[in-house]
Structure formats: structure tokens, C-alpha cells
Design a protein around this ligand. Structure first.
Ligand code: 0A1
Ligand code: ZN
Length: 870
């Protein structure tokens, strides 16, 4: 019996350039689990065969924190050499059978990687490298095999991947015929209840769909189950991809590091993204549930049937699957509003990441801990890259390229190059030059200068990408800018056309309503009626994830805000005006009353969707303003940004008081709650108006909404509004008492109370709440709701006292030995430290050094070191 007790754990980087094919491939895997909370036995029987693509016959298996009880090769006992990360043993020259038995302790597993327990239930998380905590195995995505699993336990429900094959008292067997890498392995056992339906696939097979939850939660499963069925239908209709097993199981667990996991045939979800009822879930929760259920389901093809050769190719499954889930959500909920929401998130998270010390390419070239690369860049920028490929290739060529990809690579562990080759093939190599999007980090800046001769409009575009860590020099990327042109009175004179900037600089000329490269042949001028200069609507629909730098007058922006036919750019024009007004106010300037009027007209325009009007009413966040100041070479003062932004909101509330009152009254929803996009949009607009109104009535109307709300969307927004006004104490108590026993809803209480507390009080509030017995750092959702809410409360986190930084670091030091993955993720809250003044920079870097001085996990060490940049 041998312990793989950690001696030295790897701290040097893994490099893409050093990829080597595996020495051994796996024919099939048989696993038996004898479940026990502290001493689970796992026996494995694995048939290995030599990989013809590798000459090396060395045999090594990954394994961490495993107690090896016995091992044999072809039935003969062997004594492997065990180290902190696995074992090696002399293997035969040809195919052989490896068998071993290990013991693991699921109850002690607070990392939530491998096999662990959540509220008495056994569950697994194997992406990225959790399987090596279950048994010894070649734990890398390019080793794919069919799995047969037997589970023995006293738990009533026992699930694994694939189809159920047999079961009896205290045991169940599963077989997954689809070869898969170990990161897609899953097992669940517990007292669970299913809500079920069936789906007949477009290929004529029947599949049973089950959503499994703990007893008592069954009445909150309907929405997720329906979203699953709709996702299956959508993937059949839009991508021609059907489901391929007899059963699809989806299980909700309360303790989970991420949102959800696409294990083959057995998706495991953070319960926050499954359970929904009108009383407990907000409109946003419903939307996220729908999107995440779709995301995980879509992985069945983009991720599972075709997986990644190595973890550097992560964006191949994630960028593509995020793009697909966004297409789905846009189809369901409306593309314009969805795009605005997505871009808000992209800018808040990915642009911020790209602008800081953690910037990395969509396909990174090295990592120390792969779990640190499940980032906004890999996911969100990765999805933008797919979106640009679709724009450049056109929708039909995109469809053909995807069909080719599915046909050619089904069953493979593929690379980005494999995927891109399919686009090259269907477009006749038209996209050569696009590749830099996944190798180069940083958000490109595009400056646009126009010239109007009276009848010819020229547009000169220039691009540059700032240096990022490890990449001082950048080259040009392909930037597809969807562009339209409006006359000065707001009529569209040239419809959307995609101008692609492929070099550092290019000029285009608009002639006869058509854009051509300026060295192309001349054509008819624009109609003479277009005078003075026409107005450009650039990067419509946010066709490229870039920062546009262009001198545009407020008057032009107000015309775009009122008339642009592209809803995204209409919103964007309003956003830019708002940002400039805020920046002006920060410099002590007066606000332009025309802005309030324009906003008032837009928000009261009943011909527009309420969800769009709600978005138009949102001002840039404090973090967004801080980044804009930093980009302009200035040092943001978070306290002042908070105060001025609040003043501007107050001014807007006063200027448009009757409108906000009217909206609060008119948009009351009658009848039973429905989470559909239309009803959610009406609530969103009403609640924005309610926030405005609370600045005039001291929160009376919000208190009334809180008292009478029959749904969580209104209760929670009203509570947030009252806390922001400093008057929500009673309501906060009511909420806590009501939802005390409901973990996901109590999480909302933690995040709302801390996230909306005043900058001078928030840290004290957060310290008080994290001292409550209900705060348990072992549960990632609770930790994120409390500690994460403080770091998202910008003015509180960056309080001049440095207490926000200290609070976060105190808790990260507690969390890291419990759960390094979540601790590392939350350490990224310090990523903006270089934006701020010397005092704040000093306080933030002191906290990062203090964390490093504790000798933290590989996960946190990598993040803190990269943040410091030394
Ligand atoms: N692949 C999952 C999310 C996920 C990613 C990483 C994890 O551990 C490091 C766990 C889950 C998805 O994209 O939904
Ligand atoms: Zn994913």
C-alpha cells in the first residue's frame, strides 16, 4: 500500500510548443466504485495499446492524493514508482491490461475536483484534471475511450455517463459507448428525484431527459427541463446535430466551482443554474438557466463528440459553444437586446482582462495551472472570434464549414488549426491572415477618420494593439466592421456593409451607396441631397471586439441615438453620450440638457421594446468609467466616480420625474408571473424607473414594491434599491428570515446587502455578514455571494482606507487551502491595480505579496505572480 503524498508539485509552465502525442492509447475502461464517504474504493481495468504515432513506450499515469492498494499488469502484481503527480512502471512492449485499486476520501475533498460530497450526495468534477484524483489514468484530453462503470453504494440513485445497462439492490452499471477523454467522466449518487420527459430526435431515436434534484426541489425543475428540450430541437434544426444516447441526465448540486459541466450524458450543474420558481428566481436567473442548459447541451457535439487535443485548444470547445449558445439565446429572446447584454459583459470582463496583467491570447501558449485559463478571453473573446469568422465567411459558408468540421472530426481530439482548415476549404483559402486573432492578446484599437468632399465620403481606418505581458510587439488583425451611413436628418443612405481592415491602415470610399477600397474604380457619388457630411454608423452589431476611437460630436451621437437602424449602435450612441457626460461632470462641467431630453424621448418611445429601453437607461458602471479615465492617461478616483455618478443619476431622476413615475405605474405586470423575454423586459424597465424614482421619494415606491411583490425579480431589485438609499434595514431582515432555509436565495441576500452597501460602510457590513454562522467558505456560491460582492462594489473595494483590499485578501488566505481553484479565480479582482494612484497600488500589491507570503496553492501563486508582473 502506497501513499502518493505530495512532495513537490509542478510549478514550471506547460507549453503548447512542447506537445507530444501520448505513448499509449486506451481501448476501454472498466471502473468499479465502492462508495464510502471517507474511504471510497475505486478499481480500474484499462486496456492499453501502443500509440502508432509515438515511438516512446515509457508508461506513466497521472494520479494525485490517491492511496494505491494494488496494481497489476496482465494479471501480474507490479510495484509502480509513485510521486506527487502520478506513477510510472515498466510496461510490456505491446497491448496490456492495467488493473489497480485505490482508496480516496470524498468527504475531505473541499477542492471540489475529483469525487466529492455535496450535502450527503456523491458527485464528480473532472475538468480539467480532476480524474487523476479518482484513479491513476492518462488524464489528458487526447486519450479517448469508452467507459463501463459499476457503482456500489447504499444511495438510492446511482448515475454515470452513457446508458444504464443493469442495476440491482445497492448497485448500478452504466456503459458509455462514445469514446471520451477522462475529463468528461462523471458519477453521481444520492437521494435524488427526477423530473422527466422524452425527446424523439430528428434521427428518430427516443431519449429520456431527467433533471435530478434533492427531494423538495422538484417543483423548481420545469424551466431547466424545458430549456433542455428546446436546446435539443434547436441544435437539430440549426446545426443538424442530434442527441446520441438513450438518456440525458442533468443533476443539480449545491457545491460547485463553476456554472455547470458537460460530462457525456450526465451534465452536472451548480443548482443556482437549474432551480427556478417565480418566488425564488429572478428574470436574470431564468435567462442564465436557459443559456447554460443550452451551453452544456451544445457541448455534446462541440466538446464531447469532437474534443480538444490539449488544453491550449480550450477555446475550440468553449469559444464555439459560447457562440452557439448566444445564437440560441438570441433566437429565443431577441438578437438586439442579447447582443447589447453580451457586449456589456464582454467589455466589463474580457476587455478588462485584456487591458491588465492577466492578458493572454484566446489560445494561450503556456500555463502553470490550466484551471486558471477558464477565462473571459477563452470563452467570450473566443466566441467573438467564431462570430467574426461567420461574418467574414458569410452564413452559408459558415454552415458548410461547420458541417465539414463535424463530418471530418467526429470522434477526434482536434486543434484550432483543424477547425480553421474547414473554413479555409469552403472559402478557397479566403481567410488566410485571420489566424492572429487566437495568437495575439490585447484589444485592438481602431481609429476612424472621415473626410467629406461634398459628394464623396472617405473613411480611413487604422489599427493598433497595445503590448501585453510577453507580447511587446503586435501585428494587424482582420477587423470586420459592419458599417452603415445616415444622412444628417437621420435617414439611412447606405445600408450595412462589412468593411474589413486587414492591415495597419486602409481607406474606403463611399460611392453610389457602396463602399470600395479607395484605390478601386470610381463610381457614382452619393445623392446630392446628402449635405452636410453624412453620419457614420460603425461596427454595427459590434461586429468586431475592438475599441473604436473616433471624434464624434454629441449632436451626431444624438442623431444615431434617435435614428440608427441598427439597434446595437443606437444603444451604443446613447452609451457614448452618457460616458462623455459623466467624464465632463467629473471635470466639474455641466451636463447637456439635450442628453436628458434625448434619453427621455427614447425611454418613453412605446414603439421600442421595453428591454431595449431599460438598457438605454443604464449608465456606464463605475469600473467602466475608471477604465476610460485610465485609457485617457488619467488616474481614476473611485470615491469621486461614485459620487458624481450618483449626482448624475439624481439629475436625470429630477429632469424626467414624471416619466419615471408613469413607467412605474404603467408597467405593472398583471396575471401570473412569466419569465419570457417580453415580460422580463417590462419588469426591467419598470425597475430601472423605480430606482430613479427612489432618488426622489426616499424609497417609498420601492418599499411598496417590496411589500407586494409576488416574484423574486421585483423583491430583490426593490431590496437593492432600498439598501442603496440606506433605508432597507427592515426589508433586509424580512428577506433573511423568509429565505433563511433556501441556500440559493440566501446567497442573493448576501450579495445584495454587501454589493449595494455605501462605500464607507460596505467593508464593515461584509465583515459582519461573513461572521454569521450562515457564511461557510466551503460553499463556493456563498463565498462568491459575500466576498465577491464586496470586490464588485467598486467604490467600497477601492476605499481609500485599503480595508476592501484587506478584507478580500483575508478571505482568500482562508479559502486557498480549502478550495484553490475558486480562491485563484477571485484573486483576479486585483487585476486593475495599475489603473490607480500610488497609495492604492501600494495597498493592493501589499495584499498580493501578503497572500504569496503564505505559500499558497499553485493556482493562487500563478495568478498573484502574474498580477504583480514580477
Ligand atoms: N466546461 C464547463 C465549465 C467548467 C470549466 C472548468 C471547470 O473546472 C476547472 C469546471 C467546469 C463549461 O464550459 O460549461
Ligand atoms: Zn463550456
Amino acid at each position: 500500500m502506497k501513499d502518493a503524498t505530495p512532495q513537490t508539485v509542478r510549478s514550471d509552465p506547460v507549453r503548447l510548443a512542447q506537445y507530444e502525442a501520448p505513448n499509449w492509447l486506451v481501448e476501454d475502461v472498466h471502473l468499479t466504485f465502492r462508495l464510502h464517504p471517507t474511504a471510497t474504493r475505486v478499481t480500474s481495468r484499462i486496456r492499453f495499446r501502443p500509440n502508432p504515432d509515438s515511438a516512446d513506450r515509457g508508461f506513466r499515469l497521472d494520479g494525485e492524493d490517491l492511496k494505491l492498494l494494488s496494481a497489476s499488469i496482465d494479471g501480474r502484481a507490479v510495484e509502480p514508482r509513485i510521486d506527487a503527480e502520478g506513477l510510472s512502471v515498466d510496461a510490456p512492449n505491446d497491448a496490456f491490461i492495467w488493473e489497480c485499486e485505490v482508496e480516496i476520501d470524498p468527504k475531505a475533498n473541499t477542492r471540489l475536483e475529483g469525487l466529492y460530497m455535496s450535502k450527503g450526495m456523491y458527485c464528480t468534477q473532472c475538468e480539467a484534471e480532476g480524474f487523476r484524483r479518482i484513479t491513476f489514468y492518462p488524464d489528458r484530453p487526447d486519450v479517448m475511450a469508452p467507459f463501463t462503470v459499476r457503482i456500489e453504494s447504499d444511495q438510492p440513485v446511482m448515475l454515470s455517463n452513457g446508458n444504464p445497462t443493469a442495476s440491482g439492490d445497492g448497485w448500478a452499471e452504466w456503459h458509455d459507448p462514445w469514446p471520451k477523454p477522462a475529463y468528461l467522466f462523471a458519477l453521481v449518487a444520492g437521494e435524488l428525484r427526477a423530473t422527466s420527459t422524452t425527446h424523439r430526435t430528428s434521427e428518430g431515436r427516443d431519449a429520456t431527459l431527467n433533471v435530478w434534484v434533492r427531494p423538495g426541489d422538484e417543483d423548481r425543475t420545469g424551466y431547466a427541463l424545458d430549456a433542455l428540450k428546446r436546446s435539443m430541437e434547436w441544435d437539430e434544426r440549426v446545426y443538424g446535430r442530434a442527441y446520441d444516447l438513450e438518456v440525458f441526465n442533468l443533476v443539480a448540486v449545491d457545491d460547485f466551482n463553476m456554472g455547470a459541466m458537460e460530462n457525456k450524458g450526465l451534465n452536472i450543474f451548480n443548482s443556482k443554474y437549474v432551480l427556478a420558481s417565480p418566488e425564488t428566481a429572478t428574470d436574470r436567473d431564468y435567462e442564465l438557466i436557459e443559456g447554460i442548459v443550452a451551453h452544456e447541451y451544445f457541448h455534446n457535439w462541440t466538446g464531447n463528440r469532437i474534443t480538444c487535443r490539449d488544453w491550449f485548444q480550450l477555446c475550440l470547445k468553449e469559444g464555439l459553444t459560447v457562440f452557439r449558445d448566444k445564437q440560441f439565446s438570441g433566437d429565443v429572446r431577441g438578437h438586439a437586446v442579447k447582443r447589447i447584454d453580451d457586449v456589456l459583459m464582454l467589455r466589463a470582463r474580457q476587455f478588462r482582462e485584456d487591458a491588465g496583467p492577466l492578458a493572454h491570447p484566446v489560445r494561450p501558449e503556456e500555463y502553470v495551472e490550466i484551471n486558471n485559463f477558464y477565462t473571459a478571453t477563452v470563452y467570450e473573446k473566443g466566441a467573438e472570434v467564431i462570430g467574426m469568422l461567420r461574418t467574414l465567411a458569410g452564413p452559408e459558408a459558415y454552415d458548410r464549414a461547420l458541417t465539414l468540421y463535424f463530418d471530418r472530426h467526429d470522434g477526434d481530439a482536434a486543434t484550432i488549426e483543424d477547425f480553421f482548415a474547414c473554413f479555409q476549404e469552403v472559402t478557397g483559402n479566403a481567410l488566410t491572415g485571420f489566424e492572429r486573432w487566437w495568437s495575439q492578446a490585447g484589444t485592438p484599437r481602431v481609429t476612424a477618420v472621415t473626410h467629406w468632399s461634398g459628394d464623396v465620403l472617405t473613411l480611413t481606418l487604422r489599427q493598433s494593439t497595445p503590448a501585453t505581458p510577453g507580447q511587446p510587439q503586435k501585428g494587424p488583425v482582420w477587423i470586420p466592421l459592419a458599417t452603415g451611413v445616415l444622412s444628417p436628418d437621420g435617414k439611412e443612405v447606405a445600408p450595412t456593409q462589412v468593411l474589413t481592415l486587414k492591415t495597419s491602415e486602409a481607406t474606403f470610399r463611399l460611392e453610389g451607396g457602396i463602399w470600395r477600397p479607395s484605390d478601386g474604380p470610381a463610381a457614382d457619388p452619393l445623392p446630392a441631397s446628402v449635405e452636410p457630411a453624412p453620419i457614420l454608423s460603425l461596427n454595427r452589431g459590434f461586429s468586431a471586439p475592438v475599441i473604436l476611437d473616433r471624434k464624434v460630436t454629441d449632436a451626431e451621437r444624438l442623431i444615431l441615438l434617435a435614428h440608427d437602424t441598427d439597434p446595437f449602435n443606437r444603444w451604443e450612441a446613447g452609451r457614448q453620450v452618457a460616458k462623455e457626460q459623466l467624464l465632463r461632470a467629473l471635470d466639474g462641467g455641466a451636463l447637456d440638457p439635450a442628453w436628458f431630453d434625448a434619453l427621455g424621448r427614447l425611454v418613453s418611445d412605446d414603439s421600442l421594446e421595453p428591454a431595449f429601453r431599460a438598457l438605454a437607461l443604464g449608465l456606464p458602471s463605475e469600473d467602466d468609467i475608471a477604465q476610460s479615465l485610465h485609457d485617457a492617461g488619467r488616474t481614476p478616483d473611485p470615491a469621486r466616480i461614485h459620487a458624481i455618478r450618483e449626482d448624475v443619476l439624481q439629475g436625470l431622476a429630477e429632469a424626467q420625474a414624471p416619466l419615471f413615475r408613469a413607467l412605474v405605474d404603467a408597467l405593472v405586470t398583471h396575471g401570473p408571473y412569466s419569465p419570457d423575454a417580453e415580460a422580463a423586459g417590462r419588469r426591467a424597465l419598470r425597475l430601472r424607473a423605480l430606482d430613479m424614482l427612489s432618488r426622489l421619494d426616499g424609497g417609498d415606491a420601492a418599499a411598496e414594491v417590496f411589500a407586494t411583490a409576488d416574484n423574486m425579480t421585483e423583491s430583490l431589485s426593490a431590496l437593492a434599491i432600498l439598501i442603496r438609499r440606506g433605508t432597507g434595514e427592515a426589508e433586509s431582515g424580512t428577506f433573511f428570515t423568509r429565505w433563511y432555509d433556501d441556500p440559493n436565495t440566501l446567497d442573493k441576500w448576501f450579495s445584495t446587502v454587501i454589493g449595494n452597501a455605501a462605500p464607507d460602510e460596505a467593508v464593515a457590513v461584509a465583515r459582519r455578514l461573513t461572521a454569521l454562522p450562515e457564511f461557510d467558505p466551503k460553499t463556493p456560491n456563498r463565498f462568491r455571494s459575500a466576498v465577491g460582492a464586496l470586490s464588485a462594489n467598486t467604490a467600497a473595494f477601492h476605499h481609500a482606507s485599503g480595508e476592501g483590499y484587506r478584507f478580500l485578501a483575508d478571505w482568500l488566505i482562508v479559502l486557498d487551502p480549502i478550495n484553490p481553484q475558486t480562491a485563484a479565480r477571485m484573486t483576479t479582482a486585483f487585476e486593475t491595480w495599475r489603473r490607480y494612484d500610488g497609495d492604492r497600488q501600494g495597498m493592493m500589491t501589499d495584499q498580493l505579496r501578503r497572500i504569496l507570503a503564505t505559500g499558497p496553492s499553485r493556482d493562487v501563486t500563478e495568478i498573484a505572480t502574474r498580477l504583480l508582473g514580477d
